[in-house]
Design a protein around this ligand. Structure first.
Ligand code: ZN
Ligand code: ZN
Length: 359
């Protein structure tokens, strides 16, 4: 059985358990996960097979990437192809992804099949994607390794004088020439007070002596992402930076140590949050502790106060506490971690500012 057919089995067992003939999958990441297809369109799976509903631009690509699936083209667009294909297969009940399908597309399906024939699903494929196989882990590991090499060299040479945009561009260049297929998301590089914004975009601000610099970056290899944040200081840090950095560092280490099979994501968030609260900065940790990483930079499971997820071997998650103070700046430390049978393995290895203190 190929990796794709065993992944498709998860959807097929949902179909048979729920007496539904076919499922239309519309999320690009889910389509890639289930079929290997990287073009645009929808994937329709039914008990005995399936098809990619796409257009002429992707016909050759579909045949190459997913030779076992039908390639369905229609003059009526991707959704038109879904409808024609489902009709030709005699589909009476159709599952769809409620978090992905637009209202307009839903209305069209409702018109064609009737509301009673449609079954909303929320996260069948997303849940399956949380546990990575060896091949997926190898791609994430490679993406993380390429970024480590680029980021380590970049931080070693980071000096006042460049703008945030120039510095971010230089880091992206190193990641791409280092072998990544793409940058996984727009690089966050924020200096001085701009670092107070957790997801700041690089600006024309010039890096100065006495700035903290927060860098959050990822690479993509064969579809799979990595994600890492480092915060450094240009020159001699003031007391407050050392205080905040040490607190975030301690919170991250404490949460990391508890990563392992059976760990509750909510509790990991609580461990880090408690340390930061005890240090007097509880309100300044304004986001969850982390998230799953794979075909998407942010995917299940969620590490947050409201999460009901539990870690299992093969999951890849970030651990990234932060403290953000308006008018001052912010510190975040993020690592990418693989949950193993016995505990965890950190996949990101760029030295941290405190590990390397005094450089
Ligand atoms: Zn990140
Ligand atoms: Zn992240």
């Amino acid at each position: 059985m190929s990796a794709y057919s065993s992944r498709q089995a998860v959807v097929r067992s949902w179909l048979s358990e729920n007496d539904v003939c076919a499922m239309v999958i519309s999320s690009a990441a889910n389509i890639r996960y289930l079929s290997g297809f990287t073009g645009e369109g929808h994937l329709v799976l039914f008990a005995g097979g399936g098809g990619l509903c796409t257009d002429g631009r992707y016909e050759l690509q579909a045949a190459e990437e997913s030779p076992e699936l039908d390639c369905v083209l229609s003059s009526d667009g991707h959704l038109g192809a879904v409808i024609e294909y489902a009709r030709a297969q005699g589909v009476e009940r159709l599952g769809f992804e409620e978090n992905v399908v637009t209202y307009a597309a839903y209305r069209r399906l409702e018109e064609e099949f009737g509301a009673d024939a449609l079954r909303a699903t929320s996260s069948i494929t997303q849940d399956a994607r949380t546990v990575k196989d060896d091949d997926e882990i190898a791609r994430i590991r490679r993406a993380a390794g390429i970024v480590d090499e680029a980021l380590t060299g970049f931080l070693d040479q980071l000096q006042p004088g460049m703008t945030e945009k120039e510095a971010a561009f230089e880091l992206d260049r190193r990641i791409l020439t280092g072998g990544a297929d793409a940058i996984a998301f727009q690089t966050i590089l924020a200096s001085g007070p701009s670092a107070a914004c957790p997801h700041a975009r690089p600006s024309s601000r010039v890096l100065r002596e006495g700035d903290m610099v927060k860098v959050d970056v990822g690479g993509r290899v064969d579809g799979y992402c990595s994600d890492i944040t480092r915060t450094v200081f240009l020159g001699d840090p003031d007391e407050r930076f050392v205080e905040v950095y040490s607190l975030v560092y301690e919170a991250q280490g404490a949460a990391l140590e508890r990563v392992g099979p059976g760990a509750e994501c909510r509790e990991l968030d609580e461990i880090a949050r408690q340390i930061i609260s005890d240090g007097g900065y509880g309100d300044a940790f304004s986001h969850g502790l982390g998230h799953g990483v794979g075909l998407e930079v942010h995917e299940a499971p969620r590490l947050s106060a409201r999460s009901t997820d539990t870690l299992a071997p093969g999951m890849v998650v970030t651990v990234e506490p932060g403290v953000y103070l308006e008018g001052w700046g912010g510190v975040r430390i993020e690592d990418l971690v693989l949950v193993t049978e016995r505990g965890y393995e950190v996949l990101t290895g760029t030295p941290k500012w405190r590990d390397d203190c005094g450089r």
